[in-house]
Design a protein around this ligand. Structure first.
Ligand SMILES: [Zn+2]
Ligand SMILES: [Zn+2]
Length: 414
């Protein structure tokens, strides 16, 4: 299903459920007038009001890669202008980028745990933002582990070792600060712990139970409203205690054991544990939601398609009959005190980076050149000379005379 198709599906759903076919989309007044509301969200076209939260699913799937559905990632935007990424699973960066939000605003990442389907695209955010204007370091929050080696700080320190060649070469060519990661690691065991509090936004963490010590759930509070994000967890007592009455409850609902056997090539012995021993089954998801009664429930962490969604839905509906979204990538929720509206975002396949208000500084002096003279001397002069005319124009247009890198490079050929 393409994004446009899923957008259209959502439009039809609105038409059907509104019970008023004639009101759908308003009235076209003339063949040349502005078309009425399409019940989809076009990123960048709506101002968020002061008392509003917007949540966008940028990844809702599984660890195995799929073009149509990335791994876990939810972007939460608050009316004060802040933006928070909750997990950044493999494949999600293409969805985030399609929103065309300036990278300088995408600098806060909260990791629920350190499975790659929840942090795999940190690579893309880190390097992609650096090459297209982010002036600031990335800030990453995440839980500790039972030992130092199982914690977020260890993971981020070693992330920077993994990308060392990338980091060192970009530090020299671009500028060093955006390549840094400022990690805040907190104790995973403490329920209702404030891990972030700035500009009217409070984020708290709760222990989650999933394959080993460390995973957490998060609750974001803003303007008297709350969004609770489970990360990966089995049904646990903290989610029930602190989730009761939240506005938006986003909780994992894992593929049924039968689906894992049929579609995911899992052995039956693994499938029923994956689903129901270290994740949350659809039935258990429903039981949680009918207990905490959120204003709106969101199920994610399953490949959502014709073959699977009805089985998932049946399981959830056997234990929960309240407001529900079966999440797919690019689903959007606008939350106010008055309403919670679900739509699909319609965004471009061919996103570019857009400028914000900050300017990335030029290369820093004194950063050592990671290229040897031996390599540098292998440049083939005729092709460099061939681009001179074109570069002269660029230099003139942007007044770069003082930053002309060519005379120094050409010296070695003389
Ligand atoms: Zn996990
Ligand atoms: Zn997961």
């Amino acid at each position: 299903m393409t994004k446009l198709e899923s957008g259209l599906m959502s439009l039809f759903a609105c038409v059907i459920f509104s019970g008023n076919l004639f009101a759908a989309g308003g009235t076209v007044t003339s063949p040349t007038s502005i078309a009425p509301d399409r019940y989809v969200y076009y990123p960048g076209t709506e101002e968020l009001s002061k008392d509003e939260i917007r949540v966008i699913a940028c990844g809702t799937g599984l660890p195995a890669a799929r073009r149509g559905q990335a791994a876990t990632c939810f972007l939460i935007e608050t009316g004060n202008g802040d933006k928070f990424l909750f997990d950044i699973g493999t494949g999600s960066m293409a969805n985030i980028a399609s929103l065309m939000i300036p990278y300088e605003y995408l600098d806060k990442v909260f990791l629920s745990h350190l499975h790659t389907d929840h942090m795999g695209d940190l690579l893309g955010l880190w390097a992609g933002g650096w090459t297209s204007g982010r002036p600031n370091a990335l800030r990453v929050w995440g839980p500790s582990g039972q030992t130092e080696e199982m914690g977020t700080k260890y993971a981020m320190d070693h992330f920077l070792k993994f990308v060392n060649w990338d980091k060192v070469t970009r530090e020299y060519k671009i500028t060093p600060i955006p390549g840094q990661i400022e990690t805040t690691e907190f104790d995973y065991r403490i329920p209702d712990q404030v891990v972030y509090q700035e500009n009217g936004v409070t984020i708290r963490s709760y222990p989650a139970i999933h394959t080993g010590d460390g995973p957490v759930s998060y609750k974001l509070e803003y303007a008297g409203m709350s969004v609770l994000f489970s990360g990966d967890t089995v049904p646990n007592k903290w989610f029930i205690e602190y989730g009761t009455g939240v506005d938006l409850a986003i909780h994992e609902a894992f593929q049924t054991p039968e689906q894992l056997v049929k579609y995911y090539n899992q052995a039956p012995q693994l499938a029923w544990r994956a689903c129901c021993e270290f994740h949350t089954s659809p039935e258990a998801f429903g039981k949680i939601m009918s207990t905490i009664k959120p204003r709106h429930a969101v199920a994610f962490h399953f490949f959502n398609e014709e073959g699977t969604r009805y089985g998932m839905y049946e399981g959830i509906r056997s234990t929960y009959d309240g407001p529900l979204s079966m999440a797919v990538d690019m689903m959007v929720w606008n939350i106010t005190k008055e309403s919670i509206v679900e739509r699909m975002a319609v965004s471009t396949e061919d996103a570019w980076s857009v400028p914000g208000t900050a300017v990335q500084p030029p290369p820093q002096k004194g950063v050592p050149n990671p290229m040897s003279k031996e390599m540098d001397n292998g440049r083939w002069l005729p092709a460099f000379r061939a681009q001179d005319k074109m570069l002269d124009k660029h230099m003139e247009k942007y007044n770069l005379g003082e930053q002309d890198w060519r005379p120094k490079m050409y010296e070695q050929f003389e």
